[in-house]
Design a protein around this ligand. Structure first.
Ligand code: SF4
Length: 367
């Protein structure tokens, strides 16, 4: 991947900067990363080889720009116009700029920016909820042709679903922090962010675990060389309508374990069958109730991204609705959290049968 660093060095801005890799790398060679300097690569996209051909070509791939600084750093205000000019000249290349200073974007764009340039992607980073709620409303209101969100290092669970709703975001990327003093990243946070992307139909890239990763309540130290590979192996990156989630490996809970955990939940255990429900089941017979359950599962849960996911199961109106809430089979988020069934995949016949069995187990035990 081509990298263009027109200047080097940066000023720490927010919690995500605490263990900045630019600072770590510079301090390892006795350099002060807070000194911002224009580099010898300032005009890299215009550089040519001996044959007079540009060194960077569209075939080289997307040009990651300003990766050892922030493109919208105030200290670089005097150099940015020249970069825009280079980006304008190289309209055949695609430039990707990742920033924590999206609030400076509007004052830093060139006069002819218009609705944005087709050859520029801007990624806005938000490492926690506070930064997301400050930066993303600004981000989605800006004239940008290609925009992405990056949560890296991800420092807590974040909810950005409302910013994904209008279809402006092309991809969400997340990952943990690297380095010796890395802060924790939890797989639960990753999965929660992914579910928001699935529901919004936005591609999701789980880039890397970071060096300290929590999974199933246990913390793991992960060596740098395995951090991307482990994220890739999890299969939790997501592209809508590709069947990519089918490769996620998971284990269904045993019925005993599931019901034991459900019994500890105040919300789940408050559901009961009423006399009216029991009469309805007696009148219809268990085979018909099972057929109703199977139908609800097939229509409301089985699609890769069910309509109104999270709100598709009423609280009352059918005994199976109560069974769905009581057993956490009410939406795809609950199926993932309680049953390990990944969101973003079309349920198989086996998975549908498992859910139907769980629902009927709950019903039969309460007759
Ligand atoms: S904005 Fe980026 S490059 Fe600058 S200090 Fe923060 S993490 Fe480092």
């Amino acid at each position: 991947m081509p990298v263009w660093n027109p200047w080097h060095g940066c000023k720490k801005l927010s919690p995500g900067c605490q263990n900045c890799y630019v600072y770590r790398r510079d301090s390892s060679i006795g350099k002060d990363a807070s000194e911002i300097t224009k580099t010898g690569s300032y005009d890299l996209p215009l550089k040519k080889d001996r044959q007079g051909r540009f060194k960077l070509t569209p075939e080289s791939g997307v040009v990651f720009t300003c990766m050892t600084s922030d493109f919208f750093l105030p200290e670089a205000d005097g150099w940015r116009e020249g970069c825009w000019d280079i980006i304008r000249q190289r309209s055949d290349l695609h430039f990707h700029i990742i920033t924590k200073r999206i609030d400076r974007f509007a004052e830093c764009i060139p006069d002819d920016w218009g609705d944005g340039w087709e050859n520029v992607t801007i990624s806005c980073t938000c490492e926690d909820q506070e930064r997301a709620d400050f930066r993303l409303p600004v981000f989605i209101g800006l004239p940008i042709k290609h925009r992405r969100i990056v949560s890296e290092p991800m420092l807590e669970e974040i909810n950005i679903e409302k910013y994904l709703a209008d279809g402006l975001i092309e991809q969400v990327t997340c990952g943990g922090e690297s380095g010796e003093n890395a802060r924790l990243c939890s797989f639960d946070w990753v999965k929660e962010l992914r579910r928001q992307c699935v529901r919004s139909g936005v591609p999701f890239y789980f880039k890397q675990t970071g060096a300290l990763f929590r999974m199933n309540g246990k913390d793991y130290r992960i060596e740098r060389r395995f951090q991307m590979a482990q994220a890739e192996k999890s299969g939790y990156s997501y592209t809508p309508n590709t069947g990519c989630a089918d490769r996620i490996r998971y284990t269904l809970p045993t019925r005993a374990d599931l019901f034991a955990r459900l019994a500890k939940s105040t919300f789940r255990s408050r559901f009961r069958l009423s006399d009216e429900d029991r009469q309805y089941i007696a009148d219809k017979g268990l085979d018909v109730i099972r057929a109703h359950a199977a139908d609800f599962v097939a229509k409301k849960l089985a699609p890769e991204n069910p309509p109104k996911d999270g709100r598709q199961t009423p609280m009352r109106g059918h005994p199976i609705f109560k069974a769905q809430h009581a057993t956490a089979c009410c939406c795809r988020g609950c199926l993932e959290k309680w049953h390990n069934i990944p969101s973003g995949k079309t349920l198989t016949d086996r998975e549908c049968a498992y859910i139907t069995d769980v629902l009927m187990d709950w019903v039969v035990k309460r007759l």
